[in-house]
Design a protein around this ligand. Structure first.
Ligand code: ADP
Ligand code: MG
Length: 264
């Protein structure tokens, strides 16, 4: 059974607003997506194609206009409260802009402890131990717990955000351009960390990126989104790929750097 399934998702926003001339703008059009436990699904698309909107819908931060989100085979919108909490606990997120996704006045220790506090009752000593353990898992020293966000580099703070995301042992992490703003060297290190964590924990990733090089490295399966529609899919196991829309090749050529041999 799929861990998370999105079925026929549609989403539109109101646009404009001047003199009441608001029109609806369709961001997602009948999107189907399924994520298997432990897999890394890459979601590729240029800026504005609807990737983050789809990520927010998967996370339950936004509701689709129509269509269904299923978690472990059950529709999220009709889950009883306890199961809904379980779903929210099991899907975590790491955003691109780590400085914007943390409270600037909180120490890293408090940032990492926050989700744990929402779901578990721990004594201050066990909480501290847990935080230190999480810092170690993302390659940071225990002293990092007492630092404030501005005292970290971008790559280090992204590690703090990853520690926060894994703190509740989720079954899925949505990584929305999570390595996109890092320098290449740091980016490679953070990807290595994510690969290691996935191997250790079996957490599934929905890895959202506009950068195919990142996704070819990380993803087991690649889905391409263009103007709110899925226009292509490729399985790592199947090197020939399965092109489901004629726009796929054009799209790849338009948004990508020179194609690696396996795609050409
Ligand atoms: P991506 O992550 O692929 O860059 P997004 O999902 O962020 O794309 O955005 C897709 C489109 O939806 C964009 O045109 C964006 O301007 C629009 N959009 C996203 N969120 C909102 C919102 N809350 N209100 C209005 N328009 C939005
Ligand atoms: Mg985005």
């Amino acid at each position: 059974m799929s861990l998370l399934e999105l079925k026929q998702i549609r989403k539109s926003y109101r646009r404009g607003g001047l003199f009441g001339m608001r029109e609806r703008f369709e961001v997602l059009k009948d999107v189907d997506l399924s994520l298997e436990p432990g897999c890394c699904l890459g979601l590729l698309g240029r800026s504005g194609s609807g990737k983050s909107t789809l990520g927010r819908i998967a996370l339950g931060l936004e509701r689709p206009d129509s269509g269904e989100v299923l978690f472990n085979g059950r529709p999220v919108k009709s889950l009883p409260e306890q199961d809904y909490r379980e779903y929210r606990k099991n899907i975590q997120v790491v955003f691109q802009n780590s400085f914007g996704s943390v409270n600037p006045r909180w120490t890293a220790g408090r940032i990492i402890a926050e989700p744990i506090r929402n779901f578990e009752q721990l004594s201050p000593t066990s909480m501290r131990e847990k935080v230190v353990h999480l810092l170690e898992r993302v390659g940071l020293r225990p002293e990092a717990a007492d630092k404030l966000p501005h005292q970290f580099s971008g790559g280090e703070l992204q590690r703090v955000c990853i520690a926060r995301a894994i703190s509740l042992s989720p079954s899925l992490i949505v990584l929305d351009e999570a390595v996109s703003s890092l320098d290449m060297l740091i980016q490679a290190k953070v990807m290595e960390l994510l690969t290691d964590l996935q191997r250790e924990t079996g957490t599934a990733y929905l890895f959202i990126s506009h950068d195919i090089r990142v996704l070819l490295r990380m993803a087991d399966r690649l889905v391409v989104l263009d103007e709110g529609r899925i226009v292509g899919q490729m399985d790592r196991m199947d090197e020939t790929g399965s092109i489901t829309h004629p726009a796929f090749t054009n799209l790849l050529e338009a948004i990508l750097p020179p194609l690696p041999a396996m795609l050409a």
